[in-house]
Design a protein around this ligand. Sequence first.
Ligand SMILES: [Mn+2]
Length: 388
Amino acid sequence: MSGIATVTAALKSQQIETPSWGFGNSGTRFKVFAQPGVPRDPFEKLADAARVHAVTGVAPAVSLHIPWDEVDDYAALAAHAADVGVRIGMINSNTFQDDDYKLGSVAHPDAKVRRKAVDHLLHCVDIMDATGSDSLKLWFADGTNYPGQDDIAARQDRLAEALSEVYARLGDRQRLVLEYKLFEPAFYTTDIPDWGTAYAHCLKLGPKAKVVVDTGHHAPGVNIEFIVAVLLREDRLGAFDFNSRFYADDDLMVGAADPFQLFRILHAVSLGGGFDPANDVAFMLDQCHNIEPKIPAMIRSVMNVQEATAKALLVDVDALRAAQLAGDVLGANAVLMDAYNTDVRPLLAELRQEMGLDPDPLAAYHASGYAEKIAAERVGGTQAGWGA
Ligand SMILES: [Mn+2]
């Protein structure tokens, strides 16, 4: 295949997973603004996610969040996903919204609370069995607010014990991916604050444990592409949670604040073989659309990842290597910038037409009348949101 044919093939086979919670109402601790047509249940969330896939062609999987997406019949939910044209992606656990978890969940000082948290995680694996999901995504809000509040190392021991029980429960084709976050809700110590801590736990667990890089979970100035390159090299990059931040964990649309950073991250993925279909890196969105319409925001986000991916794939790697080996600092940098400064929108428009799609996914969505339809139909009931 020619260079451009390789790029096009990779873009066509790219899969960007959408989060069920991104279709529900969300907000800040100050206010949640409701929007018309928001799903009332996981079935309606999957229907909305299916619209994103229908116009982009590259968003076939949907991440669930338990208990927000708890249903009586998970096989029926998976069947519904297939009916509307998507599949169930990762199962995201939640051990942070119960009164028992005030001092933590899997690292809580009380064994009874740890038992409850681990039981929830095992329940999430049961849901993976029922839905065909292959990944359990773990993020823990565990940590402390004050020096002396708890023993840092003892909390790591409790965390490791919980993780190993969950790991042992995983089936042959299942894995867990472990997410880190610098701070919040804990403000003094977080039990998994960085990639190094997540990596250390994954290493001890075994090959079915990998690290999740949430792009909003670092201190300002952290070089995320470096982390990505190292994790890929160690075969421990499990997934991305894509979103964008100006300040802390803002959960804005990926690529909004710093599209150049997203390009640099995806360039590291490209060099590390992360776009290889044989690789199991999951490209997921983890976002909340507080003030913008949710389905168009998700479509825009998928397009932002696609555009950055296209630019990353357009990097002339041979020229880059030659410049690097020749010690041509400016030449190497120029190769990278040439790719970044390429307008890839015509390429992507053409690619969508080849896939039988409208070249403009947002225009196609707006013309479909879906927004008006769900606003008219989804009247009554309780809109999905945090905790529902
Ligand atoms: Mn996340």
